[in-house]
Design a protein around this ligand. Structure first.
Ligand code: SF4
Length: 348
């Protein structure tokens, strides 16, 4: 018998006994499943738990999310990264309010059409919240599939994803689709671990897993190497005046769109003249590094005490409290933010 045909019963039994208690599993409404799946993209479960709870307190349903002021939305998301996810969540919530009378759509195509929702998320929402027999193929599922089936197809390709989706469509039990999809992901996240370290002794598929039988676990899954990230040197200025620090808003498109940042420029530069700032002191304050998907920022931080002159248009002065509560500054500036808070809260 095909390993995939043998999988559902032992996998579902294993999941019933081993599923982690996660808040979005307690009450798997479409809104809860969708929100948690978007938060979990590129982010570990442990990092999401607090965000999920806080987010639901302020935006308990689709209409509340649609009505959340943008600044508040970004603040709630601060630290989770990949901020376009938050913007898309709100765009999708507005679309649900306007086009679906505030009711979360249940049709796969309508869910898939929401901003920020791909095949995987649509599959997760439709199977977990609505019980539809559609697969949800993420990185965990691809790895588990490649090992159970002994398939050496490159899991980074759309062809492989399509093949896995089609095979799972046939294997998914119609009366337990949501549990089956979650169980497969859970198996990948907790047992069939990446980097050649799976815990096969605890696996419900160990009797029929091809990779285990053929001792090919360390070779599978096959994954084409990623392109190396581009390294960009930047200089970040902490411009202080009294008990305030200068922030400016990033452009509304591109990396970290619309978020607040400490003024910075590419290169290991001197304070740009066009900012028109007269400074009393300008000193080195350390180095920081931030890794994005395709780019790495290597930052030199400088502390500046402003003298005369006004801030360029669009910049603001932020107090220590405003840094905490009002402005969403992305994690890329974590070190700079720490230095700014130290200086402002220390009241030097
Ligand atoms: S037996 Fe091992 S390699 Fe195979 S699916 Fe289970 S954990 Fe993964």
């Amino acid at each position: 018998m095909d390993p995939l045909e043998r999988l559902p019963i032992p996998l579902l039994e294993w999941f019933r006994d081993n599923a982690r208690r996660l808040p979005w599993r307690d009450e798997p409404t479409p809104y809860h499943v969708w929100l948690s799946e978007i938060m979990l993209q590129q982010t570990r479960v442990a990092a999401v738990l607090d965000y999920y709870k806080r987010f639901l307190e302020e935006a308990p349903d689709v209409s509340a999310l649609a009505a959340l002021p943008e600044e508040r939305l970004m603040k709630l998301w601060q630290g989770l990264g990949y901020y376009s996810r938050a913007r898309n969540l709100q765009k999708a919530a507005k679309m649900i309010v306007e086009e679906h009378n505030g009711q979360f759509p249940s049709d796969f195509a309508a869910v898939r059409a929401l901003p920020g929702v791909g095949d995987y998320t649509a599959g997760a929402v439709c199977s977990i919240a609505f019980g539809q027999a559609v697969p949800a193929v993420d990185g965990n599922v691809l790895r588990v599939y490649a090992r159970i089936m002994g398939d050496d197809g490159d899991i980074t390709t759309p062809q492989m994803k399509k093949k896995v989706t089609q095979d799972l469509e046939k294997a998914i039990p119609v009366n337990a689709a949501g549990a089956f999809n979650q169980a497969l992901m859970e198996l990948g996240a907790t047992v069939c671990l990446p980097n050649g370290a799976p815990l096969c002794g605890r696996c419900p598929a160990k009797e029929f897993c091809v990779a285990l039988a053929q001792e090919r676990i360390s070779e599978l899954p096959v994954k084409a190497p990623k392109k190396p990230r581009r390294v960009e040197e930047r200089t970040v200025w902490l411009v202080f005046q009294g008990n305030n620090v200068a922030l400016r808003r990033r452009p509304t498109r591109g990396l970290l769109a619309g978020l607040w940042e400490f003024p910075n420029e590419p290169g290991k530069g001197v304070l740009p003249e066009e900012w028109g700032l007269k400074v009393l002191t300008d000193e080195y304050a350390g180095q920081a590094k931030h890794i994005f998907t395709h780019i790495e920022w290597h930052m030199t931080l400088r502390k500046v005490e402003k003298g005369t002159g006004t801030l360029p248009s669009g910049w603001v002065w932020a107090s220590g409290t405003e840094l905490e509560q009002k402005y969403a500054v992305p994690n890329a500036f974590e070190r700079a933010l720490g230095l700014a808070k130290e200086r402002l809260n220390g009241g030097e």
